[in-house]
Design a protein around this ligand. Sequence first.
Ligand SMILES: [Zn+2]
Length: 231
Amino acid sequence: MWQFLPKLATELSDLVLARECIGCEELGTLLCAPCRNKVSGRAHIMRDLRFDELAEDLRIPLAIAYRYGPPVDAMIYRYKDNQIPELASVLSMLLAGSIQQLASSEPDGSQKPLLIPIPSRDASVRARGFDPMVLISRHLSRAGYPIAHWLIDQRTAGRSKTLGTADRKNASYDAFRVRAIPDRYVRNPIPAIVIDDVATSGTTFTAAVSQLLLSGVHVSGCAAIAGARKL
Ligand SMILES: [Zn+2]
């Protein structure tokens, strides 16, 4: 019986929230066609993340689907708080747009890259009852992308709030650890793209990518649904 409860809760929140558009509050749909058009097809490479500590001049591009602001910020909040399936679908399409931006700049754009999602903090997963990126990854998997859940969260809940900037930067480097990489990948590594919902300072991506590179993963880019330039 308990297995049905999360699904029921999701359906109920759909009914309540589907009455007006998240973007413009027009009644009738969760995200009206004009608002959907406004945020689609805007994916671009925002900037390069630097990994000078690992190798001189090592840069990895970060692509976003849309700037962090209305209506994408509300779409992401609502999805993470309520696990609305329709939003997971729209957000995964937006993320696919930024993944394609990166793939189109690769010499062999025909092969789909491996996607490595950034896991939520353990505390958030417990509070929400799901990991938002896992659900989005499932949509991308159906679209043909291989998914590798190789990152393990080891951030302590709330700890970074009490640290100064320098400490926070150091703490972020052991934010994740990497699972044992399968032999078949080590023998034949394909380009991998690290994915997340929001990129602000890039610290989370940088921490995750550093660990993956050190584990021998061929990371070619990072992709997020929304991004804010905040350096
Ligand atoms: Zn609208």
